[in-house]
Ligand binder design. Sequence first.
Ligand SMILES: C[C@H](O)[C@H](O)[C@H]1CNC2=NC(N)=NC(=O)C2=N1
Length: 137
Amino acid sequence: MAQLNQQKCEACTKNSSPVSQEEIAKLKPEIPDWNLIQPEGEAHLERSYEFPDFKTAIAFTNRVGEIAEEQGHHPAILTEYGKVTVTWWTHAISGLHKNDFIMAAKTDDIASQMAGSTTPTDFVEVGDCRTNGNLNR
Ligand SMILES: C[C@H](O)[C@H](O)[C@H]1CNC2=NC(N)=NC(=O)C2=N1
């Protein structure tokens, strides 16, 4: 079987099979930095990525949005200053499908492609929020 990041999502309906515990045990090592979470009893995959600034965080967010549109499978994304949290699950089955593991692996690929090619935004002007110590971090 090809590596997860090379695979494509398949169309899902409410009759699609969620991943079994055995499948999870096989697939999870390919996305070791993702957390299996269960908000309100529904299994999701979640990972946060760190970035030097907001500009890079939003660029990553947009790249993830592009693969979501390509594959027809869409994450929840929280974009903050220097941090993006991505959550994958399959609404149609209220849980995890193999598609979510494929998308998590593709999300990791985008992050590795971006690592090293990021430049922190310069402090441009005196008088913006950054000069007020107003960044909360
Ligand atoms: C019609 C359309 O393909 C479906 O509604 C897709 C859209 N994107 C989706 N994304 C995710 N993550 N889960 C889904 O069940 C889902 N369904």
